[in-house]
Every structure is written in C-alpha cells, then in structure tokens.
Design a protein around this ligand. Structure first.
Ligand code: GCU
Length: 722
C-alpha cells in the first residue's frame, strides 16, 4: 500500500545562511516585501533545512520526496549527497531518497528566485515570489510501484473519446510502473493488462460544465499493493471561428475571468482553504471559465475546477520577454504541465506564451521556439488545442499568430490608451481579416481602488465608477460577439506586482473585480454576477461614495432580476425594468437611505449631500486626475492634443513638440524611446490613438496637468493646412 506522509513541519529557513527561523510549508520569503512596492523584494537563494529520522519502511519499500512547488529553482541534498535539482517554480517534482537515507537525516533545499536568463518568468507584471510555497510530502511505496520521477507524473493517464449521438465513450487508461502487470478499474469494470486498457462506457454520464460536472474514477493497482487513481470527465468540445465554443454539442460561450493565485499577506503560500475560498468567489460570480494565468496552478485548484465544472485555460510562464537561453525551460515547464494536468477535464487548452512580443521582436528564433513548443504539445496531447495570448500591438498578420491553434489578444483600449470602442473595432477587423481563425479576448481590465469615486468618472482616475463604465462597455462587446471563443476579465483578484505604484496603492495591480484580500468585492464584480449568475440578487453601487457634492445624484443598481424598485428614505422613487444595469437619478438634500428591491432581493446604502467634494475620493488628492479639455476648449482649424499621434507626427511643427514628449514619457517608463520608434507595430498602433489618450497613459506624474496645458497651447498655435 502506498503511504503519503505530509512533510511540511519543522523546517529551518535561512535567508543568509546565518539567521535561521523555524517555518512550516507552505512558505514564501516574499509575502511582505513582494507586495509593498518599490520592486525591491528579495530575489536570491534561501535555504530550507529539515532534520528527520528515517521513516519506518518494510523490505524493498522505496521512500520518495515530493515538492508540489518550489520557486523558482531548487537544489536538494540529503546527508550531503545531491538528491535532485529542478528549474521551474510552479510544478511538482520528486526524488527517490531510499538509498541515501540514514537513521538520522539532514535534508537541505536551496531555493532560488534570483534574476537569470534561463528560467521563466523573468519579466512580467507580477511578483516572482521565492519559497517552498506548496506542500512537501513523503511517498512510501512497495518495490513494485508506479512511476513517480518522470516529469512529476501521476503515473496514470486517462483519455476519453465520446460518441455523443450514441451516448457512449471509449476510455483509454495508460499506466507507467516497474511491475509486470496491472489491474485497472473504470466504472466497476476491471482488466488485468501489462500497462494499458480500454473501456467502453454505455449511456455515459457526461462532464457537462457548471450544469453537471460528473466525474468518474480510474484506479490502477499492482500486485505488490501500490495503487494510483485519478478522477476524469467524459466530455467533447469544439471551437468554431464564427460560433465560438461548444461543449458536448451545444453552444457554450466561455465568459469568465483570470486568476492570479497570490493574496495579501500570504503571497503564493496557500492551503486548500484559500483555494476553496477562491472557487467560492468564482461560483458566486457565475463565470463558466477561468484563465489560470500565468503559470501552472496548484493541483487542488484544477481539481476544484473539475468538481465544479469550470472550463480552464492552463499555461506556462513563457511571458513578456523571449530568452534565447530559456527554450529548454519553457519546454520542460510545458512538459510538466501537460504530464501533471492531462487528466483534468476542466482544461481545454495549453497556453504557449503571453505577450511574448511585448519586449521581444518576432525573430526566427522566437518563431521556431514556439513551433517546437506547439509541436510538443500536440505530440503529448492530441485532444487539446494550443493557444497564445498576444499583446495589443502585435500586428494582426504576424507570422507568430498562426503557430498556435487559437489566437487570443490582451487589449486595454479605454484604460491604458485609446478609446473603449477600439476593443470591438480591433476584434471585428481581425475577424474580417481572418474569418477562419479562432480568436478570443484573453485579457481586458481597468484598475480601481475602492477609495476613489466620481460622478464624472474618467479613464485613468482609478475610481470604481470608471471601472464599472469600462466593464459595462466590454460586457456588451463580448455579449454581441459569439465568435470570441473565450473572454477573461483581467483579473478576478487584485494581485502583487511589486514594481507598481499607482492608483493609491504600492505594489499592486488593481484591475481585480475583488480586492487583494480575495474577499472585498468591487462594484464591477456585481455587473458580471448580474450577467452570469442565476442566483437572484440586487446590488446598489457606490456604497463607499458617501459624500455627494451635487443636488442630483445617480444611483446604479446591478441585478439579474427583471425589474428593480428604488426607495429613498422608505419612499418608492421609481421602478425600472431591464437587464443587468438599472440607473436611477435622485434629488439629495441631506443624509438618505437608499434601498434597491426586487422580490425577496434587497440591498441598501446611505449617502449624503455635501457642499464640497471629498478630496479623499480623488486619486492623489485633488488634481492628479488630469483635468482634460472639453472639445469646446479647442480652437478649430488648429492642431491640439485631441488629434491623433499619427497626424501630429506628419506635421513638422507638431512632430517636433510631440516627439519630444513621447521620448520623455517612454524614458519615464524605462522604455528606450528609440525602442518605441523601432517598434513598428507599436508606432502603427499609436498612430491611431489621440495624443490625449497617450498623455493619459503616460500618467500625471510624468506629464503634469500644467505641462499638458502648455503642450496643447503650443499645438493650438499651429494651423492645420488646407
Ligand atoms: C498584460 C499582462 C498581464 C498584466 C496586464 C496589466 O496584458 O499579460 O500580466 O498584469 O497586462 O497590465 O494589468
């Protein structure tokens, strides 16, 4: 019989080889400095040491150690002898300790998250936490046992092919072991075979997404008593370039969110409890798909996706910057991801890379590395397509795109730059250019800090109200485009990006629909809940926007009910019928209790009329949100910041002004201006954007409001020809 023993307690942790503290696994050394901003979190090698007595074992038994996640690289030695080394921070790896074990043992694990040019990720918008941050186990098995070493394999692999019409399935179970023969059981049928068996299931119970995520179990046992088992689901899916995703023969538009795993205070050192809490948030939202970005997530979470019926995009951290030395690591991380996650019915695709052209040109090496990775995926798994998430500036006809089976794009028009309408314009143009290519919306989002509020929300103001407006626009866009095979909000949760310092919080990306505590939901969360969840509710937006310096104020309610009534101080003001978004306008004079009602559903808030705007609602106090010009402020017939970057660069007079500003803005972001100019795709993309939107992206701390005014004044002196 196999014994799995938790090995998480009584580890000694040392950062500098001197000071040692006792820790338990899961553990990360960056849970504080990796989240407080400044991008100065500790990246280096730390040492975990564990003294332990040899476990009781019978003759012939073997003792393996299993690491579920050690970031980003690990080297373990036992009693002074090298045991195992592993590069990649997100996958399981194991080692056979048997022949090195003594009565008393010293296990030393050096874990390293330092910068390098060979292990992904090295450049990305999230903190690269270091540590043994997922469980460690001892696995004690009989001499005859299933494979444990190769790519962290589960030792058993299940492939099911379903005949929907006749409601039957053929299930193939493959096993890897050092025995002679194996007993494999599926659905109460057992076969004795060398290593592989096929089973027919009549009247098969399908794994049918959120509605019915039915799971079977495949179990394999060797004569010596070692057994392994895995749950599996029988489902069929197809992806049509016009009609999108189909599950078990029916249209099943994938509409959901992305998840980063980390949390405030814990970093990425999570237990089952946190994974279950995250899944509860996903189920409340009503999403039917998750992009588990940007790396292999914990097995516990893929298991939850199987059990609850989420459709998953899994990926490796081949991200932002291509590294010539990184090819083997990208391949080994992908090999481990597929080997370890193949049996999960929730996973439908393998993500090769994310925005890999954001900081790297499309070279022959980049293309050939992707082709190799793509071919490896297909060789390892003929049942799932590959996908890539592309950066917004990658040309639609780039040779990189057709390498993977599916192309998805990360677009941020209406947040970082450009206008909201450019999102649908982009996809409609792409779809028209390539009607036979499957396209998706792999990322979109806007930052919001729930401290900031405005009755006149503006792009870049970090208010909840703007985040709501942004997502209302995109929700309509994705509802109207069934050809988008999958769409994922970036991100379900705020997460640590220690290099960031914006929107009033250091070290955080605040595009989450839920804050970094994974508990506090922002108003925009309820927009998607209203669109996707079947559980009736009403949500009054703006609870934290208490002080209203206006005589009339808007009250927005998100609900999946068909009509909503609004009460002010106990009196019915209005009842509206509609879908998802219900907007009211009320007069306010003092303090008012606002209630939204629909059937048994109700929600309320208290707001009050004030004479002066509450400056705490504005990011950075007053004025940091640049007061932009209204159209009427602009002198017709002369250039202004309202003109596109492309037009302004065509006129020598305006180009002189604009070119200098862009150089200043790029330099502030650590980008080399020349790099921008050399980046044809980026320049092409920027050409169509108003200079005003580019200035917003640069940020008020780079181009101050006064500078914006003087730039506009200078441009306004230059007449447009003709
Ligand atoms: C990119 C990237 C994400 C990042 C996001 C953002 O698309 O893929 O990792 O967090 O943009 O800027 O918020």
């Amino acid at each position: 019989m196999r014994k799995v023993v938790a090995f998480n307690d009584n580890w000694n942790f040392s950062k500098n080889g001197v000071d040692t503290v006792s820790v338990s696994i899961p553990h990360t050394w960056n849970n504080i400095d990796g989240q407080d901003g400044g991008n100065d979190y500790y990246r280096g090698t730390c040492t975990y040491t564990k003294n332990f007595s040899k476990p009781e074992i019978n003759d012939g038994e073997r003792v393996f150690i299993e690491f579920r996640g050690a970031a980003m690289s690990a080297k373990a030695s036992l009693n002074g002898k090298e045991l195992v080394s592993h590069r990649g921070g997100y996958s399981t790896f194991r080692a056979d300790m048997t022949d090195i074990l003594e009565a008393e043992n010293v296990l030393i694990v050096e874990v390293d998250n330092s910068a390098n040019n060979a292990v992904y990720p090295q450049m990305a918008d999230f903190t690269f936490y270091g540590g043994i941050y997922r469980d460690v186990n001892l696995i004690i098995v009989p001499e005859e046992h299933f494979e444990l070493l190769k790519d962290g394999t589960p030792g058993i692999k299940v492939t099911s092919k379903v005949d929907l019409k006749n409601k039957k399935a053929v299930v193939t179970v493959e096993t890897w072991h050092n025995g002679k023969e194996v007993l494999i059981t599926v659905n109460d049928e057992t076969k004795k075979v060398p290593d592989k068996a096929e089973f027919e299931i009549e009247n098969v119970h399908l794994w049918d997404g959120l509605d019915d995520p039915y799971l079977y179990t495949a179990k394999a046992c060797l004569s010596g008593g070692d057994c392994v088992s895995t749950k599996f689901g029988v489902r069929d899916f197809e992806i049509d370039s016009e009609k999108g995703f189909f599950l078990n023969g029916r249209s099943y538009p994938l509409r959901g969110v992305s998840r980063h795993q980390d949390r405030i205070g814990l970093g990425n050192a999570l237990t089952k409890k946190e994974h279950e809490e995250d899944m509860d948030v996903v189920l409340e939202l009503g999403a039917n798909t998750l992009r588990l970005a940007h790396y292999q997530h914990a097995q516990e979470f893929y298991d939850l996706c199987d059990e609850k019926g989420l459709i998953v995009w899994a990926e490796i951290p081949y991200i932002t910057k291509h590294m010539s030395e990184g090819k083997e690591n990208a391949k080994s991380q992908m090999k481990e991801l597929i080997t370890q996650c193949y049996n999960h019915p929730s996973i439908v695709c393998w993500g090769l890379s994310n925005e890999i052209t954001a900081s790297s040109p499309v070279t022959d090496e980049l293309l050939s590395d992707h082709k190799e990775l793509n071919d490896m995926c297909h060789k390892m798994d003929s049942t799932r397509p590959t996908v890539m998430a592309h950066a917004f500036m990658l040309e639609k006809d780039s040779p990189l795109i057709p390498i993977a089976d599916i192309a998805s794009y990360n677009l941020y028009f209406g947040w970082y730059l450009g206008e909201l309408e450019q999102n649908e314009e982009f996809f409609d143009e792409y779809h028209k250019m390539f009607p036979d290519r499957v396209i998706g919306f792999s990322e979109y989002g806007a930052d919001a800090n729930s401290r900031f509020h405005s009755s006149k929300p503006e792009q870049g103001d970090y208010t909840e109200e703007y985040q709501c407006l942004y997502h209302e626009h995109i929700l309509k866009c994705i509802e109207e485009r069934p050809y988008l095979w999958a769409t994922h909000v970036w991100n379900l949760f705020d997460f640590a990006a220690d290099g960031r310092d914006e929107g009033g919080k250091k070290g955080e990306n605040q595009k989450g629909l839920v804050e970094f505590d994974h508990k506090t939901k922002k108003d925009a969360f309820y927009l998607y809940k209203a669109a996707w969840s079947k559980n009736p509710f009403v949500h009054v937006c703006g609870k934290k926007y208490v002080d209203r310096a206006e005589d009339k104020t808007k009250v927005k309610v998100y609900s999946n009910c068909e009509s909503v009534s609004l009460m002010v101080d106990g009196k019915l003001v209005d009842t509206k019928s509609g879908k998802t978004v219900f907007e009211f306008e009320i007069d306010i004079t003092g303090e008012h209790r606002i209630e939204a009602l629909s059937g048994d559903c109700r929600d309320e808030m208290t707001i009050k009329h004030v004479n002066e705007s509450n400056s705490e609602y504005i990011f950075g106090g007053s004025g940091n949100v640049v007061n932009w010009f209204d159209k009427e402020d602009i002198k017709a017939g002369f250039f202004s910041i309202k003109d596109t970057f492309g037009d302004l660069m065509k006129n020598p007079g305006t180009a002189a002004i604009v070119g200098k500003i862009m150089a200043k803005a790029s330099a502030s972001r650590g980008e080399v201006a020349e790099g921008t100019k050399d980046n044809k795709a980026l320049m092409q993309m920027m050409a169509g954007l108003s200079f005003e939107s580019l200035l917003k992206k640069a940020g008020a701390n780079v181009i101050s409001p006064d500078q914006v005014k003087s730039i506009n004044d200078a441009l306004q002196n230059i007449p447009k020809e003709g």
